[in-house]
Design a binder for this molecule. Sequence first.
Ligand code: NAX
Length: 327
Amino acid sequence: MATPKTVTITGGAGQIGYALAFRIANGEVYGSDTPVSLRLLEIPQALGAAEGVAMELMDCAFPLLHSVEVVDDTVDAFDGVSAAFLVGAKPRQQGMERSDLLTANAGIFVPQGRAINEGAAPDVRVLVVGNPANTNAWITAMNAPDVPRERFTAMTRLDHTRAVAQVARHLGVESSRLSRLTIWGNHSALQYPDISHAQIDGKPLGDAVDSEWATGEFMTTVAQRGAAIIKARGASSAASAANAAVWHMRDWVQGTPAGDWTSVALPSPGLYGVPDGLVSSFPAVSVNGQWEIVEGLSMSQFSQQRLEMSVAELVAEQESVKRLGIG
Ligand code: NAX
């Protein structure tokens, strides 16, 4: 058996944390040969609930679960961490200005970035789930200057799987037959779900999908899916978000399937006109444990415009953070 990998979940007692912890403890990120030591970071008020999660994890007697620890100290949380799931974040409350939201979240992600910089394992991989995820990931990376910036990502995998599911339903086919869909830009209503390079059974979709649907109802349905879940369930997406987080980290560690790619928000190396360093979603494959953006895809005028709209929103978020003196 390999040495255990330390995996930290922030917001470990929250909805997503609760669904995520059991999947990781079951070996779904590092595979069936690698034990994991789980660490749940919570705020003091939620420590009791996190202890309850730890008790349930113990009760499963997962063969791969080496240990579970509940902590409320950020530095302790990230000491020796290999996989950090940054889920806990400050939600937007009624009457809150955007700058208040960014400031509140910076109060969480600045110290977490610093703690990762100081204490993380050399192979650390960071996935930010807590919203505004892209900008929170950027703040975390900015505060961890000694860690390569490509180790900081934000989650658009749920948008990606939502997009796959919508196309599968539209065509009446199994989702496993589809590949090469992309979510571009911000994890927000302005994301751009793009099927212009998508394939079915390894071949272009061609006329199988009506272009009016692809640039209208499809995009709205994917972008508004979170709101639709809240309306139906009375609570935001949790198990599907946890699934996406597991798949994001699993693919990063173990590789993406041949012939396909996925969507990952990561610091731009200046590709597709996205400013350098901006954490934006791209099509990406994981090779030898590292994300590589799929380069050279043709972009129609529509695609370029949609990406630019999403990027403009991200630039505005980044500028607000800089104006607040946080970045
Ligand atoms: P919950 O409110 O159920 O859980 C959040 C947990 O984080 C709470 O237990 C809270 O005590 C904890 N927390 C707050 N501040 C903390 C801190 N400084 N350190 C450690 N823990 C802290 O929210 P949940 O439904 O789990 O959602 C978590 C985040 O995911 C939210 O920001 C949400 O907007 C975001 N989402 C992101 C998605 C994505 O695709 N990127 C989709 C799902 C989800 O909406």
